[in-house]
Design a protein around this ligand. Structure first.
Ligand SMILES: [Fe+2]
Length: 286
């Protein structure tokens, strides 16, 4: 349980994001927007305060034993099925290890520093301003709106694209060695999968890869729809812990029953209810 306020969880002296009229806030947003425009990635160094990071790390460590590991241990970069019509070497048919676990949102209770910060309106406002969105909302999914990705020694998260436009993460603990976030900016476009370029990366060509230097407490923005990215194998002797916060452009959005079950191993009544409404909205039943 954290005794800190949201403003104490981050380094608000250095990053006064709640004070919307401060020039430091405007300058920070401008810098983030410039970085995002360049290659879809931006980092705010030491965004968390020392005490905020300490509380968040403790919360995650205490819940590590309850982390969920998906049944699927390997994925292609599209996190989808292979295609028997294509050659074995085609990127669609190359399956790489994805062995990270997740501490799900339902385990991060109301009194955790992670949840206090997540529900802090000035953070959502700040993120919306950085991302050029009129408004953002907390993702309403009770299982996955805020999760901790756990990479134990030997675990990794294979090359992939994201289905969501942007990801907000805070590194709580880097791996001692390995566990690097790497990306290839704008590898595909909305019109072209650029399979040849994907193949080069899968074959070990590192010429277009950027490796990010991230420290505990850093805030990262990443636009992962078109930029292939991975977390390399944790080759150290201790865990890597990364907090992931999700936001949506509309209020009240939750994940699909099947996807949430597949990724996180559990669903709630809200997911069944959502599924019934979705089916009705599609006009397929009732
Ligand atoms: Fe991703």
């Amino acid at each position: 349980m954290s005794a800190l306020t949201a403003q104490q969880i981050i380094d608000h002296q250095r990053y006064p994001i709640a004070d919307t009229d401060r020039p430091e806030r405007a300058a920070l947003i401008e810098k983030i927007q410039k970085d995002l425009a360049k290659d879809g990635c931006a980092v705010v160094k030491n965004f968390l305060s020392e005490t905020g990071l300490r509380d968040m790390l403790n919360e995650a460590q205490e819940r590590k034993d309850q982390a969920y590991y998906s049944e699927k241990k390997a994925c292609n970069v599209y996190l989808g099925d292979g295609d028997p019509e294509l050659s074995e070497e085609h990127p669609r048919n190359v399956f790489l290890p994805r062995t990270n676990g997740f501490i799900t949102a339902d385990l991060l209770t109301e009194d955790t520093a992670a949840r206090i910060l997540y529900h802090w309106e000035p953070l959502t406002r700040f993120l919306a301003d950085c991302l050029g969105k009129k408004e953002l909302f907390i993702y309403d999914d009770p299982v996955s709106n805020m999760i901790v990705n756990l990479g134990k020694p030997g675990q990794q998260f294979n090359w992939h694209y994201d289905t969501n436009e942007f990801t907000i993460t805070m590194l709580l603990k880097p791996a001692v060695t390995g566990g690097h976030f790497e990306y290839v900016a704008n590898l595909r476009t909305s019109e072209d999968e650029c399979y040849d370029e994907v193949k080069k990366v899968l074959d070990g060509d590192r010429s277009r890869i950027t490796r990010l230097e991230l420290n505990a407490g850093d805030l990262q923005f990443f636009l992962g729809r078109f930029s292939l990215h991975q977390v390399t194998e944790n080759t150290g002797d201790d865990d890597r812990l990364l907090l992931i916060m999700s936001f949506t452009e509309k209020p009240g959005v939750i994940g699909s029953l099947y996807r949430v079950k597949d990724l996180y191993g559990k669903v709630t009544d809200a997911h069944y209810e959502n599924e019934r409404n979705r089916v009705r909205a599609d006009g397929l039943l009732d």
